[in-house]
Design a protein around this ligand. Structure first.
Ligand code: UD1
Length: 444
C-alpha cells in the first residue's frame, strides 16, 4: 500500500485500477487489434512535476500518465506544501501545481524509498529553499544506481552535502552558484537534477557529457516556458543561464517511448496489428531500426504508429543497450521476451545496469531458452512459450512478462503487479480493450 495516498488523486483516469491484493491472469494466444493509446511518459512526467517546485506560480501539466510513481511523487510534493489540482479523463490527466508556500521539511523514507526519481527533489529543493533532507532514493533493484554524480555536481555549485545513516542532508546557505560540470557517464537523473538546480543558481552552468534522452529536452522545454535560459537541447553540452525569476507554464508531457516500443513488440508477439495512438517514431532512436531488423513492422501516420509483425516473421537479432540515441535499457527486457520466440538466436548485452537480467529466470519458467554470461544474454528462439506462474521483479521486467504471457500457450499468472502499475498507465486494461484475454484477479 502507498502510505497516505489520496486515491481521489488519480480517480479521473479511466485506466487507474491498481489493487495490491491482485495478480494478473493472462490467457495467451489472442491477436491484439485496435487502438492502444500511448500515455504521457512516466520518465518525463516525474521531473516535470519536480520542476514546479522552482516557481511560486502555477505550472499546469497535461497528458500525465496515471501510474503509482506519479501518485507517490504527488504525495511527496503535497507534503512539501505544493498545492495540487487534478482533472482529466481519457486524454490523460491534467495536474496544476502551486508551489507558492513550501515547507522544506524532512522528506519521509516511506515514499522516497519507493522511487528513484525522488532524488530530483534534492536539486530543486536546494535551489528553491537552500536546504533539503531526504533518505537515499529507492526504485527498481536493477543495479548499484549511485548518486555520486548528483552529489558531486551539486557540491561544485556550492552545496554542502552530508551522506550518513542512509540520509542526504544538503544546505546551500549562500545559495547555489553556476559551475562547469563534467559527468563521468551521461546519467539521465544527474543531468535533470543539475539542470533543475542550475536554473535558480547565480550565474551560468555548463553540463558536459549530459544525457540526451528525450525526457531531458522535454524538461528543458517546460523550464524555458517558465522563463529559464537553457541551450544545447539536442546535444551532450547543456548550458543553463541561472538566476531568472521563473513564472508559471502550461506544458504537455511527451508520449512514452518505452510504452511505444513495448506495445509494438506486443503487436508482433501476438501477430496482431495495433494503432499506437500518439506514439512518435523519432523518439525510439536506435529502437526503430532494431525493431525492424527483428521483424516488427512500424508505419508512421500523422497521429501515431501502426505496429504489426513483418511478413518474414520474428528474427533473432543482436543488440546492446546504450545511452540515447542508442537502444534503451528500458526496452531490453520486453524485446528479449519477444525474441524468445523468434527464428534463430539473439545476443543481448546490457551495458547500463548490472542487474537487469532478473526477468531471465521468469522467462525460463515459461519455456524460454536463455543463458546469461556476464552482461550478455543468449536467447535461442523456441516455437512457443507455455503459460506459468511468474513474478515481476522490476517495472520493465513486469512489461516483458506480460508480453511473454500474451504470446504463450495457456495461462500465465503474474505476481508483483505493483511494478507494472508503478510505471504504466492501465496496461492490462488497455490490452483488454485491444482483445487480450487479461484480467486482474484476487490472489488465492
Ligand atoms: C533513468 C530512468 C530509467 C532508465 C535510466 C537509463 C527515470 C525516472 N528513470 O534512470 O528508467 O532505465 O534512466 O536510461 O527517468 N550512475 C552512477 N552515479 C550517479 C548516477 C548514475 O553511477 O550518480 C550510473 C547508474 O548506476 C547507471 C548509469 O549511471 O549504471 C545510468 O543511470 P541514470 O542514467 O542516472 O539512470 P536513472 O536516472 O536512475
Amino acid at each position: 500500500m502507498i502510505p497516505s495516498l489520496d486515491a481521489s488523486l488519480l480517480a479521473a483516469s479511466p485506466w487507474w485500477r491498481p489493487d495490491p491484493g491482485t495478480h494478473l491472469v493472462i490467457r495467451g494466444g489472442a491477436r491484439l487489434t485496435g487502438t492502444y493509446p500511448i500515455s504521457g511518459a512516466k520518465n518525463a512526467a516525474l521531473p516535470l512535476m519536480v520542476a514546479a517546485l522552482l516557481s511560486p506560480h502555477l505550472v499546469t501539466l497535461h497528458n500525465l500518465p496515471a501510474n503509482l510513481d506519479v501518485a507517490v511523487l504527488a504525495n511527496l510534493l503535497q507534503r512539501l506544501g505544493v498545492g495540487l489540482g487534478w482533472s482529466g479523463g481519457r486524454a490523460g490527466l491534467t495536474l496544476t501545481l502551486c508551489a507558492d508556500r513550501l515547507h522544506p521539511r524532512r522528506i519521509e523514507g516511506a515514499l522516497v524509498g519507493r522511487m528513484r526519481a525522488s532524488i530530483l527533489l534534492l536539486g530543486a529543493m536546494l535551489a528553491r529553499c537552500g536546504e533539503a533532507s531526504l533518505p537515499m532514493p529507492g526504485g527498481d533493484a536493477i543495479g548499484l544506481r549511485g548518486i555520486d554524480f548528483h552529489v558531486a555536481g551539486l557540491r561544485a555549485m556550492g552545496a554542502e552535502i552530508d551522506l550518513a545513516g542512509g540520509m542526504i542532508q544538503a544546505r546551500a546557505p549562500r545559495g547555489l552558484h553556476g559551475a562547469e560540470i563534467l559527468l563521468p557517464q551521461p546519467s539521465v537523473g544527474a543531468t535533470q537534477n543539475l539542470m533543475l538546480a542550475a536554473v535558480l543558481a547565480r550565474g551560468g552552468t555548463v553540463i558536459r557529457n549530459a544525457a540526451r534522452e528525450p525526457e531531458i529536452a522535454d524538461l528543458a522545454r517546460c523550464l524555458i516556458a517558465m522563463g529559464a535560459g537553457i541551450t544545447g537541447l539536442d546535444g551532450d553540452l547543456l548550458t543553463v543561464q541561472g538566476g531568472a525569476s521563473l513564472t508559471g507554464a502550461v506544458h504537455s508531457v511527451m508520449p512514452d517511448r518505452i510504452e511505444t516500443g513495448t506495445l509494438a513488440c506486443a503487436a508482433a508477439v501476438t501477430d496482431g496489428e495495433l494503432f499506437l495512438e500518439h506514439a512518435r517514431a523519432e523518439l525510439l532512436g536506435a529502437g526503430m531500426p532494431l525493431l525492424a531488423a527483428a521483424g516488427v513492422a512500424l508505419e508512421e501516420t500523422g497521429t501515431g504508429l501502426v505496429a504489426r509483425r513483418a511478413s518474414a516473421g520474428l528474427i533473432g537479432t543482436d543488440f546492446r543497450t546504450m545511452p540515447y540515441p542508442g537502444f534503451a535499457t528500458d526496452l531490453q527486457s520486453p524485446v528479449m521476451a519477444m525474441l524468445a520466440t523468434a527464428r534463430g538466436a539473439s545476443a543481448i548485452t546490457e551495458t547500463i545496469f548490472e542487474q537487469r537480467f532478473r526477468h531471465v529466470d521468469e522467462l525460463r519458467k515459461l519455456g524460454a531458452d536463455i543463458t546469461v554470461h556476464g552482461r550478455t544474454a543468449w536467447v535461442r528462439g523456441v516455437t512457443r512459450l507455455t503459460g506459468a506462474r511468474v513474478t515481476a521483479t522490476d517495472l520493465r521486467a513486469a512489461a516483458a512478462l506480460v508480453l511473454a504471457g500474451l504470446g504463450a500457450r495457456g495461462e500465465t499468472a503474474l505476481d508483483g503487479l505493483e511494478h507494472l502499475d508503478r510505471g504504466y498507465d492501465g496496461m492490462a486494461e488497455k490490452l483488454a480493450a485491444c482483445g487480450a484475454d487479461i484480467r486482474r484477479e484476487a490472489r488465492a
